[in-house]
Write a protein that binds this ligand. Sequence first.
Ligand code: FAQ
Length: 307
Amino acid sequence: MKEELFQQKIDKEQKIEPKDWMPQDYRKHLIRQISQHAHSEIIGMQPEGNWITRAPSLRAKMILLAKVQDEAGHGLYLYSACETLGISRQELVQQLHDGKAKYSSIFNYPTLSWADMGAVGWLVDGAAIVNQVSLQRTSYGPYARGMVKICKEESFHQRQGYEIMAEMAKGTKEQKEMAQDALNRFWWPSIMMFGPQDSNSPRTGNAMKWKIKRQTNDELRQSFIDKTVGQAEIIGLTIPDSELKWNEKTGHYDFGEMDWDEFWNVVNGNGPCNHQRLVHHQKAHTEGEWVREAAKAYAKKQELVTQ
Ligand code: FAQ
């Protein structure tokens, strides 16, 4: 009976809030997805943080610094949304460190040149937006509201990345080559951010029934490709997919097959930077212990003062 009422509420597009009754599996599904999303935002700071000290101008440095700080903020909103489901931040971070919680495969690729900052903003944030715009209508209230704020910031991130690519593409021959090389390396990993094909996505069934996901992995991937092809053409870069072709009948682009072995390899911890990313996070977490202790001591002192 409770389950039926819960499903009716979802079907009527009413949001589920933290104190509402919910099936355990719905709660578990959300903790998994939201925490994975939060970890992605935080680990995602590393490939870009790598370029803050090497940005080519003061303007570029200020923009990149602001963007990386935004990603930290996104991680914090998402951890907070996840905590409303009855799990602590400490447990979530522990799951990441123990390798039990995943984060997006895309952040396990290295950023080798300044053009990669363009490719990450344009393609990675671009893909994240397509996914997150859809998640603004997710059924869990705190997650949906977090997504609204995050999407506003992501659209600035996408534009700053596209600007870098556009500038480099109309620069010197070497700059254009760097931009094309970044597109070549980041195109397929960005497409992989949308997850496995629907036919091979075990979580999609429940996610769609509970309206956690509003569109499937393949629908979102197609939408991203349809939006991005024209953007590449405008700046004169070539998407590295020989099978990419406009299909009059479907009104969408056809595209080539992803390397699924590479995808699962990276998801399962064996990508080029998986080890490096996790070790860096563990080190930063250990070294930040004193900050957490100091914040706790300060909060305790404030409590004593107000008593
Ligand atoms: N990487 O059954 P499905 C960003 C896992 S934010 C790693 O299809 P689901 C901002 C999946 O978890 C980017 N693992 O799963 C930024 C599941 O494993 P599990 C993050 C992946 O949940 C920009 C298994 O494979 N965005 O970029 C991936 O229905 C720039 C089976 O898959 C989000 O997290 C993958 N690519 O669909 C920050 C959005 N794909 O848990 C810094 C929210 C699949 O059963 C710089 N999440 N897996 O062991 C989602 O929309 C979904 O969770 C999907 C996966 C679409 C990612």
